[in-house]
Design a protein around this ligand. Structure first.
Ligand code: ADP
Length: 620
């Protein structure tokens, strides 16, 4: 079952669409044909039965008429005046004479005979052409046995089979039977008379059978070989000389005596033929309908498949990586929508593939940049560490060299040099550690509202010292109430680094301004100088560890590590801020740190900002 289902599943769509359709047609068509043929044959059968019953009624009624005719005739013959005496005297001439008058009145009679009690004819009148013979003694005996009744029999008379009715002829009263009168009709004639007349009975056949079942006469075209022994009506359909015929067999009873069997037949071949032809017609219609369905189904399937095949091809090409593949949209139906959907999907795939490629290029550039930074970082570290270490080593060599005379001044200078180098080395190591901590997110930062004027106030002394040693004027300009979300110590470190750089790269006589201004929800803290500036193409690279702008030199003998801005950016970002630089009109540089603003208390807001411009001295 499953394998058959699997086989069906593997069939091409064309057959899948068509086969169930045809099967359904075949089943419904066959069941319909069977029902119709069955209905037709039932109707035909009923029509045959009805026709047969009608003809049987007509036939039996005519038979009854003939019976009465015979009874009348025989009674007339027996009771004719003078018949009793002539019969008793066995006066054949007189009897013949009397019977001639009976025959004149009863034209349909085949024969009328008066016999003695043994059945020998005394006188007779016969229209049958044949040798005159005795009447069946059994019939005469039966008539004489019951003078009040009549006896009937299918018998042979004058060489013919006849239906004969006999009655006793009485000599006295009460009756003393001396002879019998017998009236007979030829059965062939009888059959003709009782066959139903007119169009209704035209095609039927009436057959008379003897008591033994042998056919003795028939009117009609159907020839029956024998009759079954029946005690009541039975119906049979059998093959005959003219094909199939239905026959109703009924007992032939005359005057209460069973004398034989009556068969009424009608041919049914034409009915069967009409049923057969109806079935054939229906089969032909069914066949034509199936051919029509097959043609329509094939056309529909092909037209559907015409749209499906390009879709399959397109999806195959897309699957193989050809993102330019598109399916033709051949209509507005569901398949058209499907094709449009596939095309849309392919377009999006193509676009996202292009974006992906672009992203890969960008990420590759990022990775290359990171690798470069790493290399620069390690180059910077080794260089920056090597210099102070080399100084310390050379001083140690000098102190350990027994050939160099060590004066107290020399030893003091060497000690100072070693201390400076080690301090410098320690500062570098601390910077590197801080950067590493910031990178790993383990930098200790406590964010809280921090007033900027307080941070700058704590840097006033340092700023003053820088001012004195560099000859560069340092000014702070910040509103007293301005506060940001920050770590106070780390924010101080940030401002100090920027201030230190600004002073370092500004020639004597220049100026450095530190300002803070509210800007919506944030505060922009600016450190602007009138120094040597930074070329625009450097961009954000100034924030990379160990990056130094080519050609830029600190104005004085200030130490340069290339780590200051890298650490500053990480500290700013750790406080959820941003840092950037921009060139000034006078050639200097402004570093801008943006931090989240803490709103001032309400009463302070209503009294308006409280600007406080301070120099480092003022701050102090
Ligand atoms: P350094 O210790 O060398 O100053 P930084 O990381 O602080 O290292 O700065 C990196 C480089 O950026 C410096 O070497 C310098 O070339 C440039 N730079 C920093 N601040 C300024 C500034 N205010 N004016 C001009 N150049 C600057």
């Amino acid at each position: 079952m499953t394998s058959r289902l699997g086989r069906f599943r593997d069939l091409p769509l064309f057959y899948k669409l068509l086969v169930p359709f045809l099967l359904l047609m075949l089943v419904t068509g066959s069941v319909g044909a069977l029902l119709i043929v069955h209905d037709q044959s039932t109707r035909a059968q009923a029509a045959v039965d009805e026709s047969l019953s009608r003809r049987a009624v007509d036939t039996l009624s005519l038979m009854h008429d003939r019976e009465l005719y015979l009874v009348e005739s025989v009674s007339l013959a027996a009771n004719l005046q003078g018949m009793s005496a002539a019969a008793a005297a066995k006066d054949g001439a007189q009897v013949d004479h009397l019977l001639t008058s009976v025959a004149a009145l009863k034209q349909d009679l085949s024969s009328v005979v008066v016999t003695d009690d043994k059945g020998y004819p005394i006188g007779a009148y016969s229209r049958l052409r044949g040798t005159s013979s005795t009447v069946e003694p059994q019939l005469v005996a039966a008539a004489l046995r019951r003078p009040a009744a009549r006896a009937a029999l299918l018998t042979r008379l004058d060489g013919h089979v006849v239906l004969a009715v006999a009655v006793a002829i009485c000599a006295d009263t009460p009756c003393r039977p001396t002879a019998a009168a017998v009236a007979a009709v030829d059965v062939t004639q009888l059959a003709r008379r009782i066959a139903p007349p007119g169009p209704g009975g035209g095609s039927s056949t009436v057959t008379l059978f003897s008591a033994a079942g042998a056919p003795v006469a028939a009117a009609g075209s159907v020839r029956l070989a024998s009759a079954p022994s029946v005690s009541s009506d039975i119906r049979r359909t059998q093959r005959t000389n003219i094909g199939e015929a239905a026959t109703l067999y009924t007992p032939l009873v005359v005057q209460g005596q069973r004398v034989g069997t009556l068969g009424i037949s009608i041919p049914t071949g034409s009915v069967s033929a009409s049923v057969r032809s109806a079935a054939l017609r229906f089969a032909a219609i069914l066949f034509l309908a199936m051919v029509g369905v097959l043609a329509i189904g094939a056309y529909l399937s092909r037209s559907i498949l015409r749209q499906v095949h390009p879709l399959v091809d397109t999806s195959r090409r897309l699957g193989a990586g050809d993102l330019t593949a598109r399916a033709p949209v051949l209509g507005r139906d569901e398949l058209g929508e499907l094709a449009a959907g596939v095309n849309e999907m392919a377009t999006e795939l193509e676009a996202s593939y292009a974006t992906l490629e672009q992203r890969v290029i960008e990420r590759t550039a990022d990775v290359e940049q990171l690798l470069r930074e790493r290399t620069d970082f390690f180059t910077g570290i080794s260089h920056d560490f090597r210099t102070p270490l080399a100084v310390v080593l050379s001083q140690a060599d000098m102190l350990l060299d027994p050939d160099i005379p060590k004066s107290p001044e020399l030893a003091r200078d060497a000690g100072r040099t070693v201390k400076e180098s080690v301090t410098q080395l320690l500062a570098r190591i601390n910077d590197v550690l801080e950067i590493a901590r910031a990178e790993s997110g383990s930098l200790e930062i406590h964010l809280e509202p921090v007033r900027i004027d307080r941070v700058l106030g704590s840097l006033a002394d340092t700023a003053r010292t820088l001012e004195l040693t560099s000859g560069v004027a340092v000014t702070f300009d910040v509103a007293r109430s301005l506060a940001v979300v920050a770590d106070e110590a780390r924010l101080g470190q940030v401002v100090l680094n920027l201030l230190d750089n600004a002073v370092k790269y500004t020639p004597r006589g220049g100026e450095v301004r530190v300002t803070a201004r509210a800007d919506g929800d944030s505060v922009a803290l600016r450190v602007a100088d009138t120094g040597c500036g930074i070329p625009a193409e450097v961009g954000d690279r100034v924030f990379e560890p160990f990056y130094r702008v080519k050609g830029s030199k600190p104005q004085r003998q200030s130490p340069s590590s290339g780590l200051g801005l890298a650490l500053t950016r990480r500290l700013v970002e750790a406080q959820q801020g941003e840092i950037r630089w921009e060139p000034n009109d006078d050639g200097g540089t402004t570093f801008v740190v943006t931090l989240q603003r803490v709103p001032a208390p309400r009463q302070r807001q209503s009294s308006g900002p409280d600007p406080a411009t301070r120099t480092p001295r003022g701050a102090r």
